[in-house]
Design a protein around this ligand. Structure first.
Ligand SMILES: [Fe+2]
Length: 284
C-alpha cells in the first residue's frame, strides 16, 4: 500500500505536477492532499484544475488549509478590506481568481481527516493541527507533547510548517511531509512523501525534487501578481530559488517600521516604503 501525501501547494501547479508525476511513476495507490492549495504563487485556477483532474482519476483524500479558510472568511465578511499591496495583494489576487466551484469545494472538506483501511493501522492527518488550520505542530508549541500523547492513533501527519521532518513521542509519531509549492530548505526543491503501509504500520519516504522554477518565475510576471503584491512576490520568489523563507520576519519588520514611522496605520495599509526597507534588511 502506497499513499502519496502532498501539502502546502500554494498555487505552484508546476511543482505539483512534478510531484504527482513522480508519485505515479512509483505506482502509488492513493493520494492525500493536506490543504493550502492556493495563494502565494500565481494562477490558482491552474492548480485547482489539476486538483479536480486528480479527483476524477484517482482515489484522493482532501482537507482544507488556513489559506482556504482565509478565502472562505473573506467571502463571508464583506467588511474585511484587502488591497493591492505587499500586505494583502496576494490574497486579493488569489480571491479574484477563484470560482464558485472552488469555494464549494473548500467548504465541503474538513481541516482534518482520519485514514481507515482494513488491514492497516488507522492514522490521522491535518493541515495545522486537528483543531486549528493555523496551529503549528513545531517543538516550540507548548501543546505539542500533550496533543501527541493524547492522540487516539499512533501516527499524525501535519502540514503548514513547510519543512520535512519526523518527531517521535513515545510510540506516537508526527510526520510533516514538507511543502510542494513553497518548500523550505533543500535549496527550494519541491517536497512530498510516500507512505508505505503494512499491517504493522506506516513508514515515510521523503522526496525532494528539482522542477522548473524558471517557468514559475515567468508566471509571476505574466500574471500581473508582481504589480499587485510586489515585495510579497519577491519574497516568495526568493524562497522558491533558495529554500530560505523571509515572508514572516519581513512582514513583522515592515509592521514595526510602519508603527514607528506613521500614526494609526495597521495591516494591510503598510506603505510600500516600509516593505522596501524590511525587504532590503533580509535580501540584498
Ligand atoms: Fe498553511
Amino acid at each position: 500500500m502506497k499513499i502519496a501525501v502532498l501539502g502546502d501547494i500554494h498555487s505552484n501547479h508546476i511543482a505539483l505536477e512534478a510531484c504527482i508525476n513522480h508519485a505515479l511513476e512509483r505506482k502509488v495507490d492513493e493520494f492525500i492532499f493536506l490543504g493550502d492549495y492556493i495563494s502565494d504563487c500565481p494562477y490558482p485556477q491552474r492548480t485547482m484544475r489539476v486538483i479536480y483532474e486528480m479527483m476524477d482519476k484517482y482515489r484522493c483524500h482532501f482537507i482544507r488549509g488556513n489559506r482556504e479558510d482565509y478565502m472562505i472568511n473573506h467571502r463571508n465578511q464583506p467588511g474585511e478590506r484587502w488591497t493591492y499591496s505587499s500586505a494583502s495583494g496576494n490574497l486579493l489576487y488569489t480571491y479574484e481568481n477563484l470560482t464558485k466551484k472552488d469555494f464549494d469545494f473548500y467548504e465541503s472538506i474538513d481541516i482534518q481527516g482520519i485514514y481507515i483501511k482494513e488491514g492497516y493501522p488507522a492514522f490521522r492527518y491535518c493541515h495545522g493541527s486537528l483543531t486549528s488550520s493555523t496551529e503549528l505542530l513545531k517543538p516550540e508549541n507548548e501543546n505539542l507533547e500533550s496533543i501527541m500523547l493524547n492522540l487516539d492513533v499512533d501516527l499524525l501527519i501535519g502540514a503548514h510548517t513547510h519543512t520535512q521532518e519526523v518527531m517521535q513521542f513515545g510510540k506516537k509519531k508526527l510526520i510533516h511531509p514538507g511543502s510542494v509549492g513553497i518548500p523550505w530548505y533543500h535549496n527550494g526543491k519541491t517536497q512530498y512523501m510516500i507512505l508505505h503501509g503494512t499491517d504493522k504500520g506506516w513508514e515515510e519516504e521523503f522526496f525532494q525534487l528539482e522542477y522548473d522554477v524558471d517557468t514559475v518565475k515567468e508566471e509571476f510576471v505574466s500574471s500581473g501578481i508582481m504589480e499587485k503584491a510586489f515585495y510579497w512576490s519577491k519574497l516568495n520568489l526568493h524562497t522558491l530559488y533558495t529554500g530560505d523563507d523571509y515572508t514572516s520576519p519581513c512582514l513583522q519588520l515592515a509592521k514595526k517600521l510602519c508603527e514607528e514611522g506613521e500614526e494609526n496605520v495597521s495591516w494591510p495599509d503598510i506603505p510600500e516604503k516600509y516593505w522596501e526597507m524590511a525587504f532590503q534588511n533580509f535580501i540584498t
